[in-house]
Design a protein around this ligand. Structure first.
Ligand SMILES: Cc1ncc(COP(=O)(O)O)c(C=O)c1O
Length: 315
């Protein structure tokens, strides 16, 4: 999906024009993958635009930077305020918001300590990520690529470098005709998709991999776990063997981009009846109900974006 420009980008506390948000080719990040970032959705509610789980995304961003010893010259709250001003000012919603903290242009060589920290926030319109009609589900495969192993690259950090592994998973899936690949961890248990957490339902129990199986602590994953508990669905975080994907009653992926996407088949084996299952449906209804403003935001997941006008600019 081509990126659609918006007017301004937030850079180190100032607003700059979209076309001026450039970096030098010798920036540390270009060569060594030294960035951490977030992917956040701003939804268009009848009451105006609102960012989904803004505080949790800010916390994960700062945590990712901390893991990589990146000193960030802004607090989570300052970046959050910048994001709200950016989205309100650009006047484009619903949209995807992408804060990124990177090691910029300083010294050559692997040592990152002498390269300056740059913080950017962009926002732009974005639709369905896995392109699925929610009622049909998508076809996925188990990747031949293993997810990054513990003590190699930290899976809990949302770092640019991790997405080289994700790209291998995604490309393999695409060239083989699948919408997405689900990677196994170093021990052969289900880890996650290239950009989503994975859930399996069997005998009415909702299962997902614990953080120890090299997964990003997904914010949608956390929301789904909360919704499931609210709905009285039994939830288990435990290592899941690969074959559970083939004998599951329901499988779905979660992520900011993918939201809650039902899986129709894994490695060409139909999941359950091949139709979206009742637990997936119930969780989707709750999730989309909240982000569309149709259901009460019980958990205070939405942060309203202050705007001059409640009319979004057409995208
Ligand atoms: C590798 C990976 N796992 C899981 C997720 C889901 O995380 P979230 O729900 O916070 O978007 C993402 C998306 O950011 C991801 O890139």
């Amino acid at each position: 999906m081509a990126i659609q420009k918006t007017e301004k980008v937030w850079h180190n506390g100032k607003f700059i024009d979209w076309d001026d948000a450039t970096i030098h080719v010798m920036s540390h990040v270009v060569h060594y993958g030294s960035s951490v970032f977030e992917g956040i959705r701003c939804y268009a509610l009848p009451s105006g635009p609102a960012i989904f789980r803004a505080n949790e995304h800010m916390r994960r961003l700062i945590d990712s930077a901390r893991i990589y010893r990146i000193d960030v010259p802004f607090t989570a709250d300052e970046i959050l305020q910048g994001m709200l001003e950016l989205v309100g000012g650009n006047g484009v919603w619903p949209c995807y918001v992408r804060p990124v903290i990177l090691r910029g242009y300083g010294e050559a060589g692997v040592n990152p300590f002498n390269s300056p920290t740059e913080v950017y926030i962009c926002n732009y319109p974005w639709g369905k990520y896995l392109g699925a009609d929610a009622n049909e589900g998508v076809d996925v495969c188990v990747s031949s690529w293993t997810r990054i192993a513990p003590n190699t690259l930290p899976a809990m950090a949302k770092a640019g470098a991790n997405y080289m592994n994700s790209q291998l998973i995604k490309m393999e899936a695409i060239v083989n005709g699948y919408a997405e690949g689900i990677a196994l961890d170093v021990n052969g248990y289900i880890s996650e998709g290239s950009g989503e957490n994975a859930f399996v339902v069997r005998h009415g129990v909702l299962q997902t991999a614990p953080l120890g199986n090299s997964v990003l602590p997904g914010i949608t994953r956390d929301s789904v776990l909360e919704i499931a508990r609210d709905l009285g669905i039994k939830v288990v975080e435990q290592p899941i063997p690969r074959e559970c994907l083939y004998i599951a009653d329901e499988v779905f992926l979660t992520g900011t981009a993918a939201e809650i996407t039902s899986i129709r088949s894994v490695d060409k084996i139909t999941v359950g009846t091949g139709k979206i299952g009742p637990i997936t449906k119930a969780i989707q209804q709750e999730f989309y109900g909240v982000v569309r403003g149709e259901k009460a935001d019980r958990h205070k997941w939405l942060t309203p974006v202050p705007v001059r006008t409640k009319q979004p600019v057409a995208v």
